[in-house]
Design a binder for this molecule. Sequence first.
Ligand code: UDP
Length: 238
Amino acid sequence: MESQILYNGSSKVVYKGEGDEDIVIRFKDYIAAFYNIKGARIENKAKMNCSISSMVLGYLNECGIATHFVKRLSDSDQQCRLVKHIPIEVIVRNVIAGSMAKRLGIEEGIVPANTVFDLCLRDTELGDPLINDHHAVALGLVSYEELDVIYEVSTRVNTLLMELYAKAGIRLVDFKIEFGRAADGSLVLADELTPDTCRLWDATTGERMDKDRFRRDLGRVGEVYQEVADRLANVLNK
Ligand code: UDP
């Protein structure tokens, strides 16, 4: 019998797992941008993103970060923990790019003196608007105490991933993560971490190795995703 579908998005589908506490995330060979206005099939993308996200989340688990990732099940499938999702996107920026560059009129590539954290409400109809801590609490999404944990964990994730990607010759420009609550109420990182959700620039050439290649029609999307997977596998001995 086919498992129950809990969520069906453009680049992945989430099924109910075998245990009550489990889900299965199946990645798709599809890339979408600008709220699905632009999309394309990318051969092997499911395998590449499942591999990258499994390596990165597995590494974070080993480093003591609580994530929803349990194990990779196959080329395209991951077993993860079921959590109650908090509809907030946490964006961490080490280098100014994308929407922040555009919104504030800053040239892409400028390195700010501090790490920049953005919160966005996850609401497609509203265009995932930027919110602040007080909005998040006023909307009843999180408490101030939980925000402290979210910023602390996001900072640790950033430090760990900057180091990991640096070893792979890649600059971690920015990334987006989301959190959920486990049954005991504790916060768990519950998201993918792939070139779809991170900006990754080659440390030497500055070449973009992420979804911006698709957003901006730069070509060689599949090739650079494979390169990220290969470099991470090399660094992590996978
Ligand atoms: N991001 C994401 N999902 C979103 C919005 C952003 O994964 O709904 C990622 C994006 O890929 C980038 C980072 O978060 O790595 C910062 O994105 P930004 O705010 O610059 O928005 P963009 O210009 O990429 O839409």
